[in-house]
Design a protein around this ligand. Structure first.
Ligand code: O2Y
Ligand code: MN
Length: 606
């Protein structure tokens, strides 16, 4: 599309200003069509950047630079005017200084390249919960991923009109080309010290430079839908959360929607696409990573998935762990940093079968495949953060209403982490504020750390939002407390803490997880209907004896008892850790309500 077709004056002025700074060879306005996607992809195949996969229709493999394989938290900044507004858990830089530094980097950064202008919508176009952004990028890889992950193009421009609001997002891989130079099939990016993933919360603006990978470059995802949206949500009274959204149907056909926040490596995508092992229950997916929730006229919270695709971790995904994710990426998908097989398919560690013959690993080296689907650490064929980008509509268990502009009414929030001890399989908060307390102490135990004395400690990731909150986490906790005052208790979602990762003394998992987590979801479903299936304990409500369906489950009665009891001594240590190491980080901004919850819990455990 021609830029002259853009009728939005403010957007046009901003684009013109960025063109002047970045000096691209040409500017192209994306229409989001299949023809455009196919054309850009073909150009990347022709240039050697993308490899078509014979075994997967309309799918390709990319290999990034080894220095550009994941989000870079150390180079991610919240550039608020005041440092205290970013808080102690974000990297803060003065916005004026940062703009000076980045403007220097952006100057002429698109020499030899096309500037793509992507009008995109986070959420169904026309939904009152959705929001629009423009991403300027010099990466066709980013354009194709954005077309899968968001709604792009003409329909978005129509919804924006001539004066609608948008979030400006500027992205460059940071590798200008000299005259006649090309990428030569190599993934372009800048050195680590020149990578900047910057959010300007007061201006609601995103500037990203130097990385072409994932959350650093697909700016609708973590930068907009979480860091900037969390600021908008605070100011406008809603929630922008790092949560999956799933639909649960019980054997009587009754439906409830649940969201869940889990730190990375806790199986969030698997839970969002779970296949239940208990008869008559059904799980369908609304979203696997992010939820935006606003109050409806009926006083309930309604959630949309702002995304249109999955950017899932490939290693560990298999027909056994997540058949629905495997089906989702069978075609029309982009794979990044996976291994390539001789017959033109992708392969990764724990895909469920060994590869045959030779493999090209994620660095481009040809190596003999191993007779198993595991590799020694550091010698993986696929990078541990290798990804598939797949359209959500290809997921066999996507709920028919996943794009409902109204959103879906939420009955329960789940929090969880990897906790080998102390935290039971499931417990329910006693109240909203107690639930906010549970969200604030979310964390996973460190299993392999660079500093070995950290092993066994809990690395806290409150609400799984630590890397994604665009403002001070203490103010974020307060925002959650305030949300609880906006409606009546019975209309608020009930809050639960789940832990699929309890281990016995030999280090074996005590709960099978995966599809069997449906047994816990069924208990939660019934709790939302106030069924008499719980007992009150010191830590909250827990399943009555026999209230979790264990038919056909290979878990002993003693093990069930252990994972469903209150470990008083463990909780006392937990409280000690929160008091000494966790809550002090938030200083005077820690809401008094959370300290009251901590004191009350301690009192109940005495
Ligand atoms: O490493 C990246 O750039 C991707 S991070 C990511 C991708 C999809 C869903 N969640 C995440 C995350 O880090 O939470
Ligand atoms: Mn995520």
């Amino acid at each position: 599309m021609n830029l002259n077709e853009l009728k939005h004056g403010k957007a046009r002025a901003w684009i013109d200003e960025m063109v002047k700074i970045c000096e691209p060879d040409q500017v192209y306005l994306c229409d989001g069509s299949k023809a455009e996607y196919d054309r850009l992809m073909q150009e990347m195949i022709d240039s050697g950047l993308a490899i078509p996969l014979k075994k997967r229709p309309n799918s390709v493999l990319f290999r990034s630079q080894p220095s550009d394989v994941a989000r870079v938290e150390g180079r991610t900044y919240i550039a608020s005017q005041k440092e205290e507004d970013a808080g102690p858990t974000n990297n803060w830089i003065d916005p004026v200084e940062l703009k000076k530094t980045m403007t220097k980097l952006y100057t002429g950064c698109m020499h030899g390249r096309t500037m793509y202008v992507i009008p995109y919508c986070m959420g169904p176009v026309g939904s009152p919960i959705s929001k629009i952004g423009f991403e300027i990028t010099d990466s066709a890889y980013v354009v194709c991923n954005m077309i899968i992950m968001t709604r792009v193009g003409t329909k978005v421009l129509e919804a924006l009109g001539t004066d609608g609001e948008f979030v400006p997002c500027l992205h460059s891989v940071g590798k200008p080309l000299a005259k006649g130079e090309s990428d030569n099939g190599q993934w372009p990016c800048a050195d680590m010290e020149n990578k900047y993933i910057s959010q300007f919360p007061e201006e609601r603006t995103i500037w990203s430079y130097g990385s072409g990978y994932g959350g650093n470059a697909l700016l609708g995802k973590k930068c907009f839908a979480l860091r900037i949206a969390s600021v908008l949500a605070r100011d406008e009274g809603w929630l922008a959360e790092h949560m999956l959204i799933l639909k649960l149907t019980n054997p009587e056909g009754k439906v409830k929607y649940v969201t869940g926040a889990f730190p990375s490596a806790c199986g969030k995508t698997n839970l969002a696409m779970l296949i239940p092992t208990i008869p008559g229950w059904k799980v369908e997916t609304i979203g696997d990573d992010i939820a935006w929730m606003k109050f409806g006229d009926d006083g309930r919270l309604y959630a949309i998935n702002p995304e249109a695709g999955f950017f899932g971790v490939a290693p560990g995904t298999s027909d056994q762990s997540n058949k629905n994710a495997m089906e989702s990426c069978k075609e029309n998908s982009i794979f990044t940093n996976c291994a390539l097989t001789e017959d033109g398919d992708i392969w990764w560690e724990l895909i469920g079968y060994p590869a045959k013959g030779k493999l090209v690993d994620w660095k481009g080296n040809v190596r003999d495949a191993l007779p198993k689907d595991k590799s020694p650490k550091g010698e993986e064929f696929a990078h541990p953060n290798a990804r598939f980008t797949a359209p959500a509509k290809q997921c066999p268990c996507i709920a028919p209403e996943w794009e409902d502009p109204k959103g879906v009414p939420i009955s329960a929030f789940l929090f969880g982490g990897r906790r080998p001890s102390t935290i039971p399989l499931v417990h329910q908060a006693r109240s909203w504020n107690h639930g906010v307390f549970l969200g604030s102490i979310v964390g996973s135990e460190v299993t392999a750390a660079v500093i070995s004395d950290q092993v066994g400690q809990v690395r806290r990731d409150p609400f799984a939002m630590l890397p994604f909150c665009g403002y001070h986490m203490g103010d974020y906790f307060k925002h959650w407390i305030n949300i609880g005052k906006k409606t009546t208790a019975e209309k608020l979602p009930k809050i639960f803490y789940v832990n699929w990762f309890r281990k016995d003394e030999e280090g074996n998992f005590m709960w099978p997880g995966y599809g069997d987590n449906s047994r816990v979801l069924a208990w939660i479903f019934d709790r939302c209907d106030e069924k008499d299936n719980a007992v009150e304990t010191e830590i909250g409500f827990m399943p009555k004896d026999g209230a979790i369906n264990t038919d056909g489950l290979d878990v002993s009665a003693e093990a069930m008892k252990e994972i469903l009891s209150v470990d008083k001594e463990g909780w006392k240590k937990e409280i000690d850790d929160i008091r000494k190491n966790h809550y002090p980080k938030f200083g005077a901004k820690l809401p008094k309500e959370l300290m009251e919850e901590l004191d009350a819990l301690e009192g109940r455990l005495k």
